[in-house]
Ligand binder design. Sequence first.
Ligand code: ATR
Length: 272
Amino acid sequence: MKNVPILAGVAGWPVTYSLSPVIHSTWAHRANINGYYIPIAIEPTEDDFRAVIAGLRKVGFAGINVTKPHKENALRIADDASGTAKSAGAANMLTFREDHIYADNSDVVGFANAVKDHTDQPGDHGVILGAGGAARGVILALKELGIQKITITNRTREKAEALAAEFGLAVVDWDKRSEVLDGADLLVNTTSLGMTGQPPLEIDLSPLKSKSVIADIVYSPLETPLLRAAKNHHTIDGLAMLMHQAVPGFEQWFRGNAKVDEDLKNILLKEI
Ligand code: ATR
């Protein structure tokens, strides 16, 4: 049976533009691993998700990454989950073990490692823009990085307040998003503002210290209006997180070495 290829993939709706197959194929090719990683389109209901997952298990998939809109479904249908996935309230990885499905969340370590690539000392104060699903993962990552004070701001203040109560954060009004940058060490955009087809994120970066780091989890376009305005600061783009979040899945399912480097980034840049 040694020629049976390893199967994995990414499930979402839509998944047509996912870069994950390129990332995993590149690593599989580098490590000479016999495996396939494919996009799997699953319509947005939990029933559809459950049905397709059952089929994937039956045909022998090792596991899958999960993206929008199924990250909460993934956690719900799993038999067991990591503490990170439970705290995030979402899973972007499902591993199919013999008798159960295990959910994990590598978005958290993905963002933390993207920051670590830039600095060993991310500072004491992080500011997060947005309070959706992506913000939850970033909050956990900032905590893992040892950032003491986290301030959150969101257009809909109640959503920021709910996360603040859950995770012990400070909240400021969306209208005060520039003022709160005074003294911040790390600014992270988790909103969809700046994404292709969305309005740009409007924010005055002048209160930031010159050594502060600015991160955007949006990767289409790679240079968002925020990152373009941040030319005088260290910046982290959305591809950094995307590449790092893929590492745990590749290591678990394909059992090979997954390295995030400039070569991989250049391959992805050709696909954007
Ligand atoms: P994700 O899972 O990627 O975080 P989401 O849960 O839909 O996606 O969250 C999108 C985030 O972008 C939210 O914080 C949203 O703000 P609201 O909670 O007020 O909806 C933010 N967002 C989207 N469009 C926005 C806009 N035009 N102005 C300000 N914030 C916006």
